[in-house]
Design a protein around this ligand. Structure first.
Ligand code: GYE
Length: 306
């Protein structure tokens, strides 16, 4: 990539960095915490943030990115709603000489020179940790263990990867059976709706694996509405560990959560500064995360910031 040694900031002689950020939407507690982290970190770092909410639509993100190019921002960061279909617009950004930082979600572009780095979690590992917990939980028990899965947004990196990781972890034992799997678009409302349909179609559900807390929380409403006890009659595994999810875990309605940190803002701003200066940055920046049982949730809850 080209790296001129010139002044950061193209406009008006100011050396403040302008960052265009295209967010996925406001679909979950995770997303709200992520937006807050990015906005606060930009302020803290003295970076001018142009923030755009795509309402879970790729076409809106593409429009936002094109408008950032026109506004001659110094850097563009975005959290791609789905993995594919970015090559054309990313080529346009590259031709404009603007560095791109993928935040939270990956793209499947073969040409990795279209972006400078990707900061976020390893979603495959989150799925694996979820599956490994389940394997331990049913150790020594005979099957079948009937699992329903609430997938995240179709085509998104976290939905693809969490499904993959979970599937790999439970594959070793044929007693684990995924009897239904459908998208709940990472929202509470859809999680509830799809779980209601699962409960109508299947009388013998043992486990729910939801790709995020919010869908799990929606599903809990559906399970209670059907006269069943979440966490007991149906075991529930989710991903994220936002406050509402952690509360349900502490209350025994969720059994296990694999953490996914939304607090990407400070690291993102550091990377933006370096990218704009033309400094070298790693191609991949991984977030550190853990897992929670009900007991661990009780301990962690008082200090949970989101
Ligand atoms: O798990 C979910 C959100 O991309 C990691 O998106 C993120 C996911 C997160 O809607 O709650």
């Amino acid at each position: 990539t080209a790296c001129g040694g010139g002044d950061a900031g193209s406009g008006g002689g100011s050396d403040r960095i302008t960052l265009g950020f295209s967010q996925v939407g406001a679909e979950s507690g995770w997303r709200t915490a992520n937006t807050k982290s990015v906005q606060e970190a930009a302020k803290e770092a003295g970076i001018d943030l142009k923030f755009s909410d795509a309402q879970q639509k790729q076409e809106n993100q593409i429009k936002a990115i094109r408008s950032f190019i026109q506004q001659k921002v110094d850097a563009i960061a975005f959290s791609p709603v789905v993995e594919s279909g970015w090559d054309t617009v990313l080529k346009e950004v590259k031709d404009a000489g603007i560095p791109v930082i993928l935040t939270d979600r990956a793209v499947d572009s073969a040409d990795t020179s279209l972006y400078r780095t990707f900061i976020g979690s390893d979603f495959v590992i989150e799925g694996q940790k979820s599956g490994e917990w389940l394997v331990k939980e049913y150790e020594g028990e005979s099957g079948p263990v009937n699992i329903v899965e609430l997938q995240g947004t179709t085509g998104s990196a976290p939905a693809n990867d969490r499904k993959k990781g979970f599937g790999e972890a439970i594959a070793a034992d044929p007693k684990f059976k995924i009897i239904a799997s459908q998208t709940g678009d990472f929202t509470r409302a859809k999680g509830k709706e799809v779980m209601e349909a699962f409960l109508k179609a299947h009388k013998d559900i043992d486990v729910l694996f939801a790709h995020n807390d919010d869908m799990g929380l929606g599903a809990i409403e559906a399970i209670e509405g059907a006269g069943l006890k979440p966490g007991t009659d149906i075991k529930i595994i989710t991903i994220d560990a936002v406050r509402d999810g952690m509360q349900a875990l502490a209350d025994g309605k969720i059994n296990f959560i694999a953490e996914c940190s939304p607090l990407l803002g400070p690291q993102l701003m550091d990377l933006v500064k370096k990218a704009v200066k033309g400094e070298q940055i790693p191609q991949r920046v991984l977030t550190e995360e853990t897992t929670f049982t009900p007991e661990q949730a009780k301990t962690a809850l008082p200090d949970r910031k989101y």
